[in-house]
Write a protein that binds this ligand. Structure first.
Ligand SMILES: [Zn+2]
Length: 678
């Protein structure tokens, strides 16, 4: 449950570029829709051609630049894995583990013959539970297997001493998705609840749990819905989850036990092989009281139905086609609007990437990541860091002491590029040909043990929280680090052979975006060591809030679907980061222009400034389904691609100038209404 601030929700992979042509603009004019007016709808102008040329595909809920690269990358990772699968590997080697897991996942004949059988022992154990003590022990055992009904325990930095990891108790286990879906009375929420109950019913029947529990699928489904609805009422909402002070409540285990007398945490930590844990952070104490009430008043057979469902849900993607399809009908179709399941090989590649991510990553970077890219990135990051420093110094709304602290934090950034210096050891993970599900459960246990082993130990600042093949980037506030995996260092983010205007507009903004997270509404609350500590002069903090509120109000007014508005407060951190990212990268480009590192003359009839903004927009090109728009508006702290472009750029005076946007144009905002923070 690591709280990283990432560039985009959803982990994706991407392709390597082999571009040996002489220096170009890096633009592809076919991405544009020149019939659109850039001052009216810049997104359509910059990306309309791309969207027409890359229509939505049945297996996607959103198909954008990111997803297209992800498609190509999955093919590359697949070919790496296929090479291993075809080779003679030493038994127990990492190559052997990758190949075995892949082969087991691809063997649909065996999976369909096995049906619900791999799940049976787990469910029989739950059906046989007798009494509260047995139920508590079962919950603990599930947590060790990476299945987290009710809550979960994870290692995470101590916000008051970020050099140490401590145990964090965190709300988990709402399987319908966002808490709103259980509680709201609009037509879509009601329809989702109906479809969810139908899926639960089908899943209990498919798994035979109804027979084991001597009940009916309908009754079991209703019981699960009742338990999860009670949980949803106590769940911390998405706004409070963004407030680190609300989330940071260190307690002795004894004090936690008084919040939840129905669950003995001393026994719990002993069973997790963590007998030394006598204090921890309780992220949502009110919710823990809700769990206590549920454990106290709910019939044991209903709790057991909820536990059984958690196991079935975790297992469904790794079982026979009937489970996979049932799972997809709800989570793929109903929630996201996907029309087709991904082909098996893609699903299996993603699973192998999840279970053995750094092992695959090590092979990936050896084949696809040119060392020169790391050098180039270090140069770009240094230029962005300089530009942000200049902007902090020039800010008119902060006084000198706050600026000095901000500069200290900026100068203390840890920068990670490409891949980790040391690789994770997978020798403790057993992979064998028994069943796909058994392998997934062992992999989960391996990951949980790895995570829990960090509790009450010093933070390892060399650790990576994304694999190298990931197309994404992150800022982690407690280590004050920015990380750019190899996967993102490629077109349309980074062009090794193009003029740098597009690189500043794309990967430059990504770098600036992640840096700005250190100073957004959440990140600014941590100091240069990553401790939650207020380093702001009160008047400067007030100015920050007022300047941020401009973005909250602006995004609240954006209608993302008929009658549905963006959530300006929920997306504030990302919108600040997009705003700051564009400003910082633009300034870095101006510095580079002055040094002759960017072509001053027009290329493809666009000025350097125009190429910068076209490259920025292109990163967010994409088609998206209505269901996915609604889903992301509740669950994704990032604005939708269209609004990362059309909502962000009116606040950027350099954009207004570059495209000669005039009062009255949709992309126009007068300077005194623009958000100006970093
Ligand atoms: Zn971000």
């Amino acid at each position: 449950m690591k709280k990283l601030i990432v560039l985009t929700a959803g982990i994706m992979l991407l392709a390597n570029a082999c571009n040996n042509t002489p220096k170009t603009s890096g633009l592809d004019l076919s991405d544009l829709d020149t019939t659109a007016n850039p001052a009216a709808d810049f997104y359509q102008y910059a990306c309309g051609g791309w969207m027409a040329n890359n229509p939505m595909k049945p297996e996607f809920s959103r198909y954008g630049s990111f997803d297209k690269l992800g498609e190509e990358n999955v093919k590359q990772v697949n070919s790496l894995i296929m090479d291993l699968a075809a080779a003679q590997n030493d038994a127990g080697s990492v190559a052997d583990k990758i190949a075995t897991l892949y082969n087991v996942g691809m063997d649909s004949t065996t999976l369909n013959q096995q049906g619900a059988a791999p799940l049976k022992p787990f469910l029989q154990e739950i059906a046989a539970l007798n009494g509260k003590q047995a139920i508590r022990a079962a919950i603990t055992k599930m947590h060790k297997q990476g299945v987290n009904p009710f809550f979960g325990v994870f290692s995470e930095a101590d916000f008051s001493n970020s050099s140490m990891n401590i145990a964090w108790l965190y709300q988990t286990g709402l399987n319908l998705g966002d808490r709103d879906y259980y509680l709201e009375q609009d037509a879509r929420s009601k329809e989702l609840r109906e479809k969810y109950v139908l899926m639960l019913t089908n899943m209990f029947r498919l798994s035979n749990y109804d027979v084991m529990a001597n009940s009916t699928p309908e009754k079991l489904a209703a019981a699960v819905m009742a338990v999860e609805t009670a949980m949803a009422k106590g769940f911390m909402n998405r706004h409070d989850l963004r407030d680190p002070y609300k989330m940071f409540n260190k307690k002795e285990v004894a004090a936690l036990n008084t919040l939840i007398p129905e669950f003995d945490f001393s026994a719990y930590f002993a069973a997790l092989n963590l007998p030394g844990v006598d204090s921890l952070n309780v992220a949502q104490p009110e919710y823990i009281k809700t769990v206590n009430a549920i454990l106290k008043t709910t019939r044991p057979e209903d709790i057991k139905a909820y536990l059984a469902w958690n196991v079935i849900r975790a297992a469904a993607p790794y079982l026979s086609d009937d489970f996979v399809n049932e799972n997809f009908n709800f989570y793929g179709k109903a929630l996201s609007g996907r029309q087709e399941l991904q082909p098996r090989w893609k699903r299996v590649v993603n699973t192998v990437n999840g279970a053995l991510g750094e092992a695959v990553g090590q092979i990936y970077v050896a084949k696809y990541f040119p060392p020169q890219s790391k050098e180039n990135m270090l140069h770009l990051v240094a230029n962005l860091q300089t530009a942000l420093g200049e902007r902090i110094q020039a800010a008119t709304w902060m006084d000198g002491s706050t600026k000095a602290k901000a500069m200290d934090k900026l100068n203390a950034f840890r920068v990670k590029i490409g891949y980790p210096d040391k690789w994770r050891d997978y020798s403790g993970l057993e992979v064998k040909a028994d069943s796909y599900l058994a392998n997934i459960m062992r992999s989960n246990e391996f990951d949980v043990a790895y995570n829990l082993a960090k509790i009450n130990k010093p933070t390892d600042v060399t650790e990576w929280f994304m694999t190298p093949q990931t197309v994404n980037a992150y800022y982690n506030p407690t280590t004050n680090e920015i990380c750019f995996p190899a996967g993102i260092l490629q077109p349309p983010f980074y062009y090794a052979d193009a003029d740098n205007a597009v690189n500043y507009g794309a990967i430059g903004v990504v770098i600036g975006h992640e840096m700005t997270h250190g100073f957004d509404d959440q990140g600014r609350q941590y100091d240069q060591q990553g401790n939650l500590k207020d380093w702001w002069q009160p008047a400067d903090a007030e100015n920050f809030k007022n300047r941020s509120q401009v973005l909250v109000d602006y995004f609240n007014k954006i209608e993302v679907a008929p009658g549905v508005h963006a959530d300006g407060k929920f997306t504030l951190g990302e919108n600040i980061a997009d705003n700051g990212g564009v400003q910082i990268a633009f300034q870095a480009m101006e510095n580079a222009l002055a040094k002759g590192e960017v072509n001053k003359t027009a290329m493809d009839n666009f000025t350097a400034e125009q190429r910068f903004f076209l490259a920025y927009a292109r990163v967010w090109a994409g088609n998206i389904r209505d269901e996915e728009i609604l889903s992301r508006t509740k669950t994704d702290p990032h604005s939708l691609g269209k609004w990362r472009t059309n909502g962000t750029l009116p606040h950027i005076e350099a954009f207004i100038k570059a495209f000669n946007v005039q009062p009255g144009d949709a992309m126009y905002l007068p300077a005194d209404q623009q958000a100006s923070i970093w």
